[in-house]
Design a protein around this ligand. Structure first.
Ligand code: PAF
Length: 284
């Protein structure tokens, strides 16, 4: 695996791979990798990529002032070893000055699907995501880029970005990878102490309860959201940020239950904020 720290190094490596006929796959990450990230390398390969680039960059622009940018977990050595084991071809590890040289002020605001849920609770978050992802796409110029469905709204924001700016690449999405008890794998799970870790699967349980209610014919947003809240309250010690039934094309409340739905949630355990979601296919 090659390592690049500058934009020129990435461009050279990708140019050479292309000259040899490679199709370029890209998996952007913030590091502290887990099976979810590694599965995206396979998702990119399954989509036809035979030269896979992974970036690790903890992007300051997508963290709010009171969020966890400085304490976000970082372990370059462990991440490199995992990517080497996954046969990744190129690891891009830029620093903040490389991505945002002095004077860089341009930002991308996707609007629409970026406004509700995460967008409402984390002002500026999706502008930071869209800006860094657009920059990374311009640097790597992949044929295909892979993102995890655990961040469902991020996937929708990036789809919108690619469509609206006519970015010449294909997006592919990987399913959420879970621990044995249902907790979605996340780099932020490393923040949890033992008692928080024991409580954390309640988020997935609440979403599953909502899903079960829908499959049993309950078609009322408020009732399903109440049910999901109750599951979390019964656990105790977990603060609900939101638990919502949404239309996955808008992330707003659905007009009806005759379409695919998304159950999305965010909870706080101590200082740690976790998100998760479940898609509920259109009922037959
Ligand atoms: O999902 C993430 O890890 C980040 O939001 C991303 C897409 C790498 C942009 O910084």
């Amino acid at each position: 695996m090659k390592l690049a720290r500058t934009i020129e190094e990435v461009r050279d490596a990708v140019r050479t791979a292309r000259m040899h006929g490679a199709s370029i796959g890209f998996v952007p990450t913030m590091g502290f990798l887990h099976e979810g990230h590694l599965s995206l390398v396979d998702v990119a390969r399954d989509a036809g990529a035979n030269f896979v680039v992974v970036s690790i960059f903890v992007n300051p622009r997508q963290f709010g002032p009171n969020e966890d940018f400085t304490r976000y977990p970082r372990d370059e050595e462990r991440d490199s070893a995992l990517l080497e084991g996954a046969n990744v071809d190129l690891l891009f590890l830029p620093d903040v000055d490389t991505m945002y040289p002095r004077g860089a002020t341009t930002a991308i605001s996707v609007g629409g699907v970026a406004a509700p849920l995460e967008g409402a609770r984390r002002p500026g978050h999706f502008d930071g995501v869209a800006t860094v992802v657009a920059k990374l796409f311009n640097i790597v110029q992949p044929d295909v880029a892979a993102f995890g469905r655990k961040d469902a709204q991020q996937c929708a924001v990036i789809e919108r970005l690619v469509r609206d700016l006519d970015l010449p690449l294909r997006l592919v999405f990987g399913e959420t990878i879970r621990e044995h008890d249902g907790l979605a794998k996340s780099s932020r799970n490393s923040y949890l102490d033992a008692s928080e870790r024991a409580k954390a699967p309640v988020l997935h349980r609440a979403l599953r309860a909502g899903e079960e209610a829908i499959t049993h014919g309950i078609a009322e947003v408020a009732g399903i959201e109440r049910l999901m809240h109750r599951v979390v309250e019964e656990e105790g010690g977990v603060e609900v940020d939101y638990l919502a039934v949404v239309d996955p094309s808008t992330f707003e409340a659905p007009a009806d239950f005759e379409r695919e739905l998304l159950l999305a949630g965010a909870v706080k355990l101590g200082r740690t904020r976790l998100i998760d979601n479940i898609r509920v296919p259109r009922s037959a």
